[in-house]
Design a protein around this ligand. Structure first.
Ligand code: XLS
Ligand code: NI
Ligand code: NI
Length: 441
């Protein structure tokens, strides 16, 4: 069997914070227990197929840069097979237990849907064998409803119902193969479900189409008894100017409007949240507060760039806050941390894929340690209890239980006079949070 990543001979090991080996974990110690679970169980790290194995480094100004020894064949199926070999070699060496893919990442399109499905079936058989050999499982599957020109005006939100039909056929098959591989979830990212200009767009109609599409997917899920979790992945723009699944809050409204609340959770992506003008932890906090946080696409944007740069997450504070909300919601059940991230165009060597994933896994391990300490110390709880304490006393309770009318509140204010203000203590909180980040073992 060919070896595609000879620069890493054996599986990456935990060597501890003192190690100077860049091909070792300094903080991610898979079997170490924190808050009753091993690190491995907390994170459920996944490698994404599209960026990691199919990313070429091409951008609008230049061609491919990535050196990928497995991408040699000009025969599409042989290329797909070698890529699959390489993928499982990489994931085994990295020590990650989950992967994610789009249907078209792993198998080439044929002349028509029948042929395309045949190619997919061929690759799914190989994937099933590889999963068994390596013990790596599928976190979620999905369908690529955005690359082919037929989808240029969207898939389910297309003005042409025949495109809707094609997308439905594709998702039907993608759900079947996800089930076949024992996938724990299925993700719907909006692709091109949005618009480039409102001048040619009937947005009310398009939202109804999307609502219908997802309801049909729920019906089919029941029909084939697929038990995996459905996720919606919010994103505000790119490739279209406006994407309908804008952020966690707008997806929440959408799910409620179309009767889908029982069937979907959110797959929150860091860089999508920041593109929407939020922080990563804002969208996590919103989803968590509303019981719809399911999984995470871990990456990061660049503050100076206005698009989805999909960089590897390396920021300790961001990782700590993310882990805080993930643990607060009770931890991942079917979900996990999927590295929907790509190495930079200049990081073209295969070994760069290892550095990227190791660095991010370590950053999340630091984040987890910090989050665990914040939780143990009730850091935020104490702060919030103090700030919102009035709502647990007579006045607050009476307002919320409906005992007080506007008239009663007027009488209260007349009697008690000007409310006492209190400092928000933002800088103190930031100062203390930095102490947590710098004293981690
Ligand atoms: C694109 C999305 C995509 C989804 C899967 O921005 O992040 O990669 O995660 O379709
Ligand atoms: Ni994503
Ligand atoms: Ni993305």
């Amino acid at each position: 069997m060919p070896e595609f990543f000879p620069e890493v001979k054996k599986p990456i090991k935990y060597e501890g914070p003192k190690s100077k080996n860049p091909l070792a974990f300094k903080h991610y110690n898979p079997k170490q227990k924190i808050l009753g679970k091993t690190m491995e169980q907390h994170f459920r790290f996944a490698v994404c197929y599209w960026h990691t194995f199919k990313g070429t480094g091409a951008d609008p100004f230049g061609s491919a840069t990535m050196v990928r020894p497995y991408a040699a064949s000009s025969d599409p199926l042989a290329l797909a097979e070698a890529t699959m070999e390489a993928a499982f070699e990489f994931m085994s060496k990295l020590g990650v237990k989950f992967w994610t893919f789009h249907d078209r990442d792993i198998a080439p399109e044929g002349e028509n849907l029948t042929e395309t499905n045949k190619n997919l079936d061929h690759m799914i058989k190989i994937a099933a064998k590889k999963q068994k050999e390596t013990g790596i499982s599928l976190l979620w599957g999905t369908a690529n409803l955005f690359s082919h020109p037929r989808y240029m005006a969207g898939a389910s939100t297309n003005p042409n119902p025949a495109v809707f039909a094609h997308a439905a056929a594709q998702v039907k098959k993608a759900m079947e193969v996800t089930k076949e591989l024992g996938g724990e979830g299925y993700t719907f990212w909006g692709g091109r479900e949005g618009y480039d200009t409102l001048l040619n767009t009937d947005l009310a109609r398009e939202a109804d189409q999307l609502g219908k599409f997802l309801n049909l997917a729920v019906d089919y899920k029941k029909a084939i008894r697929f038990k995996g979790q459905f996720y919606i992945e919010p994103k505000p723009k790119e490739p279209t100017k406006h994407q309908y699944d804008f952020d966690a809050q707008s997806c929440h409204a959408f799910l409620q409007k179309y009767g889908l609340m029982d069937h979907f959770k959110m797959n929150i992506e860091a860089n999508h949240a920041t593109l929407a003008g939020h922080s990563f932890h804002h969208d996590l906090a919103y989803a968590s507060a509303n019981g719809i946080l399911g999984s995470v696409d871990a990456n990061r944007g660049d503050r100076l760039l206005g698009w989805d740069t999909d960089q590897f997450p390396m920021d300790f504070q961001e990782c700590a806050l993310a882990m805080y909300y993930i643990i607060k919601m009770g931890g991942f059940k079917t979900g996990g941390l999927n590295f929907d991230a790509k190495v930079r165009r200049q990081s073209y060597e295969p070994v760069d894929l290892f550095y990227a994933h190791i660095g991010s896994m370590d950053a999340f391990a630091v984040g987890l340690k910090v989050a665990a300490k914040l939780l143990k110390d009730k850091f935020f709880e104490k702060l919030l209890k103090q700030r919102y304490g009035g709502w647990d006393k007579a006045l607050g309770k009476d307002i919320l239980s409906g005992k007080m009318s506007f008239k009663d509140l007027e009488a209260y204010t007349m009697k008690n006079g000007e409310p006492k203000t209190q400092s928000g203590r933002q800088e103190l909180t930031e100062l203390l949070l930095n102490e947590y980040l710098t004293t981690i073992s």
